[in-house]
Design a protein around this ligand. Structure first.
Ligand code: CP
Length: 651
């Protein structure tokens, strides 16, 4: 029986140019065989599993048809609601299990980076049939195959890619591939739906390629007066023909300005990827035959990965330049060719040279979290730790990290060294040090000074320290806060105290004890870890889970520095429900804020300079040792020297 090596196709970049060309050769011969009605048995004895966590017509059915046509068999989970995924089974467990039932897994998933995770956990090869808004490599094979058949070559073509370029995964794979073949790409985004920065960065870094971005109106003007590409008419303005580059990018153009367009590639609005499902501003593009009437567009083919919604006129279907149904039909011979090509690898896994730096092993918990809410690492956290590699050095004042799963960039403001337990505000002088800390696995990263200090890190250099509150003054300030709450809130039974970890949580428990002693009401008390992701709230002292709906929430923190922590806490609260009111109680208000948040209840106002750091030390809440330690409660202020100057050693 034929065997498949562990060759995963997660990205179009997993295939070398020669390999794509070989797949097209095979596709030509399968297309001819299909035409003649000939059958194949190349894949006899092999089983392909299709796991589709999102709807599909073309990709799933053409993969299944391809496997049947090659003499293989198919098992399918077309509706994951009818699989154990509906009971909460993770992607990793599912693909591990299915690897025992099949020789090849084809997976579609709504999360960015899911195909990569599937490939890591499956013991058989995995083919990405579309992962979130990231990539759809086999659609690109179909697109390129048809484009080549129509135009004779892929080299140096001019392709206008129009519509939702932000979430359109077929577009991203197509851009990577066209860049490789030296095409001129005109990106024509729908309002606010531009090609994401990470895609532009990748083609710039790996292919030294910059694509041109034009508005629909500019394209209309460039292409010689197309008047049917966009629903909203506006006066086109003149610009040089096909010559606008990525603004500010130091990337050479790959070809001379072309005289005509070879293809329009249209896409639908990916409403399902939008948080509000509403779909941007303004009218979406609408393409009809009038767009093909100018001298610069009349030879262009019209492509679309399908399904279409309103962006493509049905009247075009009979026009020989409309090739979208050919793209869909090519799904069978091209996917047959891909499976046959995998078989040609003769059961041997190709080793790809590691093109990218290895993932960073961070010290200090929690490590960084991917900023992309659609990233698989944000949804399969039970087993999947976020993974980053170092981004390219730039002039910025933040450290660039790239998520290994979805490629989005995270910018880090504070870095630390686990060996010296010092933290620094990042600047470019530190980039070299950070690289060496990564090598010795001692890099820690933080979202804020608060997080760094709560992780036990000290600033790079401290100025002299002075005490600004002793234990008695801390106790007085707590009593002032409790009194303010009792006076201001007649219905203490409706109050819940939410303390920001860690000193805000200690303070919330003290306030709870004072309210019980003074007003005979013991409000529920919950800790909130603003860096804790989905599991941010923890009941204190054995209380129940946080109830938000219709409660008066008192958010408690030790110091209000800039207000960012409070803003983050508010967001976390609102994600849990709609409280009747949220009030803010702080032990110390420093008086300068980066966001317009004012505390409602203040223990003490202590104006300090911006470069100064206020540090609160509070004893733990319970027991005799705790009461003794309360004598050591104090608040200190020190000036902070966070960053290195050129030539200084961070070691
Ligand atoms: N082009 C494409 O991926 O279509 P389906 O969603 O129907 O598979």
């Amino acid at each position: 029986m034929a065997r498949l090596g562990k060759n995963d196709i997660v990205s179009i970049e997993d295939l070398a140019t020669g390999e794509i060309e070989r797949i097209f050769e095979l596709a030509d011969s399968f297309a001819a065989n299909l035409e003649r009605g000939e059958t194949q048995d190349l894949a006899r004895g092999l089983i392909m599993a299709t796991l589709f966590y999102e709807p599909s017509t073309r990709t799933r059915l053409s993969f299944e048809s391809a496997m049947h046509r090659l003499g293989g068999a198919v098992i399918s989970s077309a509706d994951m609601h009818a699989s154990s995924a509906a009971k909460g089974e993770t992607l990793a467990d599912t693909v591990r299990v299915v690897s025992a039932y099949a020789d090849l897994i084809v997976v579609r998933h709504p999360r960015d980076g899911a195909a990569r995770v599937a490939a890591e956990y499956a013991s058989c090869p995995v083919i990405n049939a579309g992962d979130g808004s990231r990539e759809h490599p086999t659609q690109t094979l179909c697109d390129l195959y048809v484009l080549k058949r129509k135009k004779g070559s892929l080299h140096g073509m001019t392709v206008a890619i129009c519509g939702d370029l932000k979430f359109g995964r077929t577009v991203h794979s197509l851009i990577y591939a066209l860049a490789r073949f030296g095409a001129n790409i005109l990106a024509v985004p729908y309002n606010g739906m531009s090609v994401p920065e990470y895609v532009l960065e990748r083609v710039a870094a790996e292919r030294r390629y910059g694509l041109s971005t034009v508005t629909m109106e500019e394209l209309r003007s460039l292409a010689g007066g197309i008047d049917a590409l966009y629903l909203t008419p506006s006066a086109p303005h003149q610009m040089a023909l096909f010559t606008s580059g990525v603004q500010g990018a130091d990337v050479p153009r790959v070809a001379a300005p072309p005289a005509a367009l070879d293809a329009f590639y249209l896409t639908r609005l990916q409403r399902e990827r939008m948080e509000d499902k509403q779909g941007g501003t303004g009218a979406y593009g609408h393409f009809d035959a009038r767009a093909l009437k100018t001298s610069r567009t009349q030879a262009a083919v019209v492509m679309h990965p399908l399904p279409r919604t309103d962006e493509l006129a049905y009247e075009l279907d009979t026009d020989p330049r409309a090739v979208y149904f050919e793209q869909a039909a090519a799904g069978v011979p091209v996917r047959m060719a891909l499976i046959a090509w995998l078989l040609e690898q003769d059961g041997i896994a190709r080793t790809r040279a590691a093109a990218q730096a290895p993932a960073i092993r961070f010290k200090a918990h929690p490590g960084p979290r991917c900023p992309n809410p659609g990233c698989i690492s944000r949804h399969e956290g039970a087993y999947l730790a976020p993974r980053f590699r170092l981004g390219r050095s730039d002039e910025g004042a933040t450290l660039p990290l790239i998520c290994e799963f979805c490629e989005r960039e995270l910018r880090i403001e504070f870095v630390g060294n686990a060996r010296t337990r010092r933290y620094y505000r990042f600047d470019r002088n530190l980039y070299g040090y950070v690289r060496s800390w990564i090598e010795e696995a001692s890099l820690a990263v933080f979202e804020s000074v608060k997080q760094a200090e709560e992780s036990g890190y000290e600033p790079y250099r401290r100025g002299p320290q002075r005490e600004i509150m002793n234990a008695d003054e801390v106790a007085t300030a707590c009593r002032i806060l409790a009194k303010q709450l009792i006076t201001d809130l007649p219905d203490l039974a409706a109050v819940t105290l939410v303390g920001v970890v860690s000193h805000g949580a200690l303070l919330a428990m003290r306030l709870r004890d004072l309210l019980e002693a003074e007003a005979h009401v013991r409000p529920p008390c919950v800790a909130l870890d603003v860096f804790g992701g989905e599991a941010a709230f923890h009941p204190l002292d054995g209380g129940g889970p946080l109830e938000v709906e219709d409660r008066t929430i008192i958010l408690v923190d030790d110091v209000i520095n800039s207000g960012w922590t409070v803003q983050r806490a508010m967001t976390a609260l609102w994600q849990r429900g709609r409280p009747a009111a949220v009030r803010l109680a702080v032990l110390i208000d420093r008086g300068h804020r980066a966001v317009p948040i004012r505390p409602n209840y203040v223990g003490k106002n202590i104006p300090t300079a911006r470069a100064e750091r206020v540090q609160v030390r509070l004893a733990p809440p319970e027991g005799a040792a705790a009461s003794r330690a309360r004598g050591q409660d104090r608040v200190v202020v020190y000036s902070m020297v966070e960053s290195l100057k050129e030539g200084e050693s961070a070691g």
